[in-house]
Ligand binder design. Sequence first.
Ligand code: ZN
Length: 132
Amino acid sequence: MAKRGERTRACPCGTGRPYADCCAPVHSGTATAATAEALMRSRFSAFALGDAAYLRHSWHSTTRPERLELDPGTRWLRLEILQTGQGGLFDSAGTVRFRARYREDGRTGVLAEHSRFAREDGRWVYLDALPE
Ligand SMILES: [Zn+2]
């Protein structure tokens, strides 16, 4: 659930669009992510906004964690999509390589991952991370 004021703010995922026109409809379930990259972006936004329910919802049922608790001390700052493979409108699988910057205990860190996505019941979900 988005907090007040976050709907008109620039979306955390970095498209430059307002949150309300970007990841908000995907988070609320009124739209689905059209591509694996869009799903990746919506998941980053969910991390940034602390939406654990959406993160579980957008996880593949076979790899979804039983419970997901987000660390309130971690602030997700910026997402950089480095490379995408398939994951398009007519694909059933795809990969996204990204870097995500965060701040924790006054220090900035970078999470780099090459993620796999798949369609489950027609919609894109996060599957797992490929070994680097
Ligand atoms: Zn977004």
